[in-house]
Design a protein around this ligand. Structure first.
Ligand code: NAD
Length: 271
């Protein structure tokens, strides 16, 4: 594995083989949390099928992984579409020989109070945040059930635990994912573990650009977002979410399922 001085993920260390020989799918993999996690999974020995609806990264995430000496494939597609979900599972099985870890990470939000949120916007958030998980699971679970093991990690949010102004569909869907995680762990244990992470504000494109805002958040906005993080007083880095996801995806968390792991620098410790 190689690292360069200008590496975009200085917080990722060399792999310790925690996912040696495993095959993982990562959705929303070409930016932010997904990109850092896909790369970390590969460093830890996994072959990684990366899914994104855009080619955002430079280099694209699969090439970044290959540059590290890892194995990856890339699927350009919408993670909330059945065809993409079926393709990502088929690619894992056909190209890499199986599927062990499913990291369902796609998410989006619309910043508006609910009475100003159109049905189209509401549906888009539900499609991206909930249907991507439903359809991803429907595609992957037959493989997991047949082989008798599997590991699912879902990206929820600290905003599934807190309310925040003008973010109704996002808060609702992320809260839904947290309880869905608990519910799934019942239905599919002991063979399949299901956990989620609840990141607080992380310094990714979402926070820099906050789609669908049409303009970038000014620097002072980013600083005040960091101030809202009560314990650590800063935004997190994508790598600081990737490691907790790796923990849940690896055997190091073998007695943990149905859990929502809060990775928020202390954002939710107090009002
Ligand atoms: N950044 C934060 O502060 C933060 C906090 C809590 C939770 N999260 C969650 O983390 C996840 C990743 O966010 P991020 O901050 O890394 O975002 P990001 O903007 O850096 O990257 C998101 C990536 O997802 C892709 N994507 C979006 N919708 C997709 C879809 N339907 N199909 C395929 N690809 C899709 C985009 O093309 C982009 O490459 C999301 O679920 C988000 O809700 C982020």
């Amino acid at each position: 594995m190689t690292t360069s001085v200008n590496d975009e993920h200085p917080g990722l260390g060399l792999g310790l083989g925690r996912l040696e020989g495993k095959v993982a799918v990562v959705t929303a993999a070409d930016s932010g949390i997904g990109r850092a996690t896909a790369r970390l999974f590969a460093r830890e020995g996994a072959s990684v099928v990366c899914v994104d609806r855009d080619e955002r990264g430079d280099p694209r995430v699969d090439r970044l992984i290959e540059g590290d000496g890892g194995q990856a494939a890339f699927i350009l597609g919408d993670a909330s579409a059945n065809e993409t979900c079926e393709e990502m599972v088929a690619r894992a099985v056909d190209q890499f020989g199986g599927l062990d870890v499913l990291f369902l990470n796609a998410g989006t939000g619309v910043r508006a109070p609910i009475h100003e949120t159109s049905e189209e916007q509401w549906t888009h958030v539900i499609e991206t945040n909930l249907y991507s998980v439903y359809r991803g699971l429907k595609a992957a679970l037959p493989v997991f059930l047949e082989q008798g093991h599997g590991n699912v990690v879902i990206t929820a949010s600290s905003l599934g635990l807190l309310g925040v102004r003008n973010y109704p569909a996002y808060c609702a869907t992320k809260a839904g994912l947290i309880n869905l995680t608990r519910q799934l762990s019942f239905d599919y244990g002991p063979e399949i573990r299901v956990n989620c992470v609840c990141p607080g504000p992380i310094d990714t494109a979402r926070v820099r650009e906050v789609p669908p805002r049409s303009r970038p958040v000014p620097l002072e906005g980013r600083e005040s977002a960091g101030d809202a993080v009560k314990g650590l007083h800063r935004l997190g880095r994508a790598e600081e979410v990737a490691y907790p996801v790796l923990f849940l995806a690896s055997e190091e968390s073998s007695f943990i399922t149905g859990h929502a792991l809060v990775v928020d620098g202390g954002q939710t410790v107090a009002v």
